[in-house]
Design a protein around this ligand. Structure first.
Ligand code: NAP
Length: 259
């Protein structure tokens, strides 16, 4: 049976690529983001692929919008199989320069947005005794890098929530997966430039949004606790447990720098 999948932050980047990848696999989609025009474009692309999507203009910081997304998906398609908590953004910089109000916005979108998505979807998953929450964190949610501390904290927070839920829901039919992408070619960096007030560059590896989307699609087919779409990055997460001081020097060398 085709899956019913809700995605937050589906108007661009990883969320959009995931929606298109899943539509090609026959999924029915419920897509949320703030920009109506961009959601309409994704919806038209999905229709061209022969798929179906409902779209909802909403903000993940608003708890009600996540309940609306789940309700509308359930009403239109009869159930909800997967919630992908993907919406997020970053601010680069020294935490002494990032104002508390901006740190709060990061927490509200990246962490509270994930929390609201989980709270809206989990009652449906429990009722069905089946469901899959997929949280898009970041490799910096496993290992912080210089000047990304404010953002990294929100990405670690997502993983903390997921680990607790995973253990708690073990054996209930509800799966929890966290995805840890490395630098991915999306609008993320133009948003970060705007939010931070200056551009940055990094010399490390990059991947495409389609690579991340494919890894998410595979996790939906076969749920696993953690997904590293750039496989070698799992090594950094492991190395950091064994040798955090060495990793400090490693990420300092390869980390993002202001231009
Ligand atoms: N790109 C990377 O290098 C990278 C690496 C690791 C992890 N990630 C994570 O991947 C996720 C997706 O990022 P991306 O790279 O695809 O960035 P992106 O291209 O900027 O897309 C972000 C998406 O989130 C939506 N969004 C932002 N704030 C929102 C809000 N308050 N409410 C609802 N939707 C909101 C945006 O749509 P609207 O503006 O239309 O609302 C957009 O659809 C994020 O959680 C990010 O932390 C990205």
């Amino acid at each position: 049976m085709p899956k019913v999948i809700a995605i937050t932050g589906a108007s661009a980047g990883i969320g959009r690529a995931t929606a298109l990848t899943l539509a090609r696999r026959g999924a029915s989609l419920a897509l949320l983001a703030r920009r109506r025009d961009r959601l309409d474009e994704v919806s038209a692309d999905i229709a061209r692929l022969g798929g179906q999507a409902l779209t909802l203009v909403g903000d993940v910081t608003n708890e009600r919008d996540l309940y609306d997304l789940v309700d509308r998906a359930s009403e239109r398609f009869g159930r909800l199989d997967v919630m992908v908590a993907n919406a997020g953004f970053a601010i680069y910089g020294d935490i002494e320069k990032i104002r508390p109000a901006d740190m709060q916005r990061l927490l509200d979108v990246n962490y509270m947005g994930t929390y609201h998505a989980a709270r809206a979807a989990l009652p449906v998953f429990r009722r069905q005794a089946a469901g899959h929450l997929i949280i898009i964190s970041s490799i910096v949610g496993k290992r912080g890098v210089p000047f990304m501390g404010a953002y990294a904290a929100t990405k670690f927070a997502q993983d903390g929530l997921a680990q607790s839920l995973r253990a708690q829901l073990d054996g209930t039919g509800v799966d929890i997966t966290v995805v840890f992408p490395i630098s991915t070619n999306t609008e993320f960096f133009s948003v970060m430039t705007r939010e931070s007030g200056h551009a940055t560059r990094a010399d490390g590896p990059r991947q495409s949004a389609e690579t991340v989307a494919e890894a998410i699609a595979q996790a939906i087919d076969r749920p696993v606790p953690e997904v590293f779409p750039y496989r070698r990055s799992r090594g950094l997460a492991l190395l950091n447990v064994l040798a955090p001081g060495f990793c400090d020097r490693l990420v300092k060398r390869w980390g993002r720098k202001p231009i």
